[in-house]
Design a binder for this molecule. Structure first.
Ligand SMILES: Cc1ncc(C[n+]2csc(CCOP(=O)(O)OP(=O)(O)O)c2C)c(N)n1
Ligand code: SF4
Length: 319
């Protein structure tokens, strides 16, 4: 097929010059989102790292959900687990340590048609990024956050993390950690997250179910996924891994009402390994929906002005 531009090129070409190469045929648009289409670089994690299973299950869940490939965005901060976007053939952003959530919030609010996923470790999420976690939760920003909790800083080679237990010996605590660890479920409940669940990287069926439920939740959903750092804290959670002799106790939702915040707080009191499953899930308007309503209401009050003009007018009143 000749386009206007290549016709012009041909007309102006030197007769002796070789004919321009035919454009490469466009790649056919894949009609199915497959693991192959989602796979980018081979992961650089240590052999045996729990994060491999998280990645594989995430591929599997996306294959099942069949979202448009171009609408998937993966965001992360810094850490071994935060290398996740490199291994996903989707839009991806590897951002500053602890700052993945504010960036992902901007993406989610400006493009509500996108499926936004955030990945990271316990250090990235609960330590340097802890403040952002609280605010994304209370605002109920529409996105899914998967925290690979290994109770240690892996990338920087074994420092105490906010989830390390008292007594854990690390490079920052050679005689044993003395600080009380944070309790992820309790912290997320107190912050106002509308979906929180726990799972384990060695329990792939359970992990798959938790990811799928979190992704389908309309609001801020978080899955804390225990993911072993075989290099710097191997067997951190043997108690929760049956193949290592532990007990993987799941939440029976016939006995636990996931909309009962007090019951969820109580369940979160169980120390490690605790229970696995959905602790809490409620529906509350997302920041995305509230912001859109505000924009629509303001626009209708302002005789159909464009959002840019509305913003300009607002800024003028603030001067
Ligand atoms: C501002 C800043 N402070 C500190 C660091 C060093 N740093 C990089 S990753 C990391 C913690 C990683 O631990 P975690 O988030 O638990 O992820 P993991 O590597 O265990 O998956 C730290 C402290 C940094 N990159 N930037
Ligand atoms: S250091 Fe730990 S967390 Fe990092 S890749 Fe290796 S096993 Fe995984």
């Amino acid at each position: 097929m000749s386009t206007e531009s290549n016709v012009l090129t041909a007309a102006s070409a030197d007769a002796a010059a070789p004919a321009p190469a035919a454009p490469a045929p466009a790649a056919p648009v894949a009609d199915k989102l497959t693991k192959k289409a989602l796979t980018a670089d081979h992961p650089t994690w240590c052999p045996g790292c729990g994060d491999f299973a998280v990645l594989n299950i995430f591929y599997r869940v996306l294959e099942k959900l069949q979202y448009p490939h171009e609408n998937i965005v993966c965001v992360a901060g810094i850490g071994c687990s935060s290398r996740f976007p490199y291994f996903m053939n989707t839009h991806g952003i590897h951002f500053i340590h602890g700052r993945a959530l504010p960036l992902a919030t901007g993406v989610s609010l400006s493009r509500p048609d996108l499926h936004v996923f955030v990945f990271g470790g316990d250090g990235d999420g609960f330590s340097i990024g802890g403040n952002h976690l609280n605010h994304a939760a209370r605002k109920n920003v529409k996105l899914t956050y998967i925290i690979m909790d290994n109770f240690v800083y892996g990338l920087t080679k074994k420092q105490t993390s906010p989830t390390s237990p008292i007594g854990f010996k690390s490079k920052t605590d050679p005689t044993g950690a003395i600080d009380r660890p944070i309790n992820p479920m309790r912290q997320l409940l107190a912050s106002g997250a509308t979906f929180i669940a726990r799972t384990h990287a060695a329990q792939v069926k359970h992990m798959e179910a938790m990811f799928e439920r979190a992704i389908k939740h309309d609001g801020f959903s978080v899955v804390e996924c225990l993911s072993e750092c075989v290099m710097f804290y191997a067997s951190a959670f043997d108690d929760s891994t049956p193949r290592k002799g532990g007990v993987f106790e799941t939440i029976d939702e016939a006995q636990h009402d996931v909309t009962d915040e007090t019951a969820a707080f109580k369940m979160a009191e169980n120390l490690t390994p605790g229970k696995f499953g959905v602790y809490y899930q409620v529906n509350r308007p997302t920041k995305n929906a509230l912001e859109q309503k505000w924009i629509d209401d303001t626009q209708s009050k302002m005789n159909g002005m464009t959002p840019k003009d509305v913003l300009k007018k607002r800024l003028e009143t603030m001067r």
